[in-house]
Design a protein around this ligand. Structure first.
Ligand code: S3P
Length: 172
C-alpha cells in the first residue's frame, strides 16, 4: 500500500557510515522496488574507484560526475537510491534531488559513524587527518544542507530493521 503512494525515487542522504547503502537495500526490499548505489554507479561509469577519481581529478570533478549519475538514476525510475555523503551538500545536486526525488536524511551519533567508517579504508576524505575530527566537522558543516531533506530519520546503533521500519512509518 505504501509502495503505491511513492511516485518518486527515495534518495538516501547523510554522512559516511550512517548506513545509506545497507538501509537503502533493505528499504527497497521491503517496498519491492529496485535499489541502486550511486557511488557504485560512478565507479562503474568511470571504471575507477572513488578514491582514484579524487586522486586523479579532484573533488570538484567527482561532484560533477556524481550529479550526472544521480540525475540519470532518478530518470531511470529506481525505487531507492543511496548517495555518497557529499552529494546532497552540493547545491545543484540537492536542488535536483529535492525536485525529482524524496530525500531521506539518515542521521546518527558520532561514535557510530567513527566505528562504521573504520571498517573500510575507501573514503578519501577520511584519509587526510583524524577520522573522528573530520567526521565531527563534516557533521557540523553539512547539517544545514542535510536538514533540507523532506524526511529526517535518526538511527542509532540498533538493528537496521528498526531504521527501515521508522522510514516506512514516515512514508505512510
Ligand atoms: C563522500 C562520501 C563517500 C564518497 C566520497 C565522498 C563525502 O560516500 O562519495 O568518498 O563527501 O561524504 P559514502 O557516504 O557512501 O561513504
Amino acid at each position: 500500500a505504501i509502495a503505491a503512494r511513492i511516485d518518486r525515487p527515495l534518495v538516501l542522504v547523510g554522512l559516511m557510515g550512517v548506513g545509506k547503502s545497507t538501509i537503502g537495500r533493505r528499504l527497497a526490499g521491503a517496498l519491492g522496488r529496485s535499489f541502486v548505489d550511486a557511488d557504485e554507479e560512478i565507479e562503474r561509469a568511470a571504471n575507477r574507484s572513488v578514491g582514484e577519481i579524487f586522486e586523479a581529478h579532484g573533488e570538484a570533478y567527482f561532484r560533477d560526475g556524481e550529479r550526472r549519475v544521480i540525475a540519470r538514476l532518478m530518470e531511470e525510475g529506481h525505487g531507492v537510491i543511496a548517495t555518497g555523503g557529499g552529494a546532497f551538500v552540493d547545491e545543484e545536486t540537492r536542488a535536483l534531488v529535492l525536485e525529482n526525488g524524496l530525500a531521506i536524511w539518515l542521521d546518527c551519533d558520532l561514535d557510530t559513524l567513527v566505528e562504521r567508517t573504520s571498517r573500510k579504508d575507501t573514503r578519501p576524505l577520511l584519509k587526510t587527518g583524524d577520522p573522528r575530527e573530520i567526521l565531527f566537522n563534516l557533521k557540523e558543516q553539512r547539517g544545514p544542507a542535510y536538514s533540507q531533506a523532506q524526511i529526517h530519520v535518526v538511527t542509532d546503533d540498533g538493528p537496521h530493521e528498526a531504521t527501515v521500519a521508522r522510514i516506512l512509518e514516515e512514508l505512510a
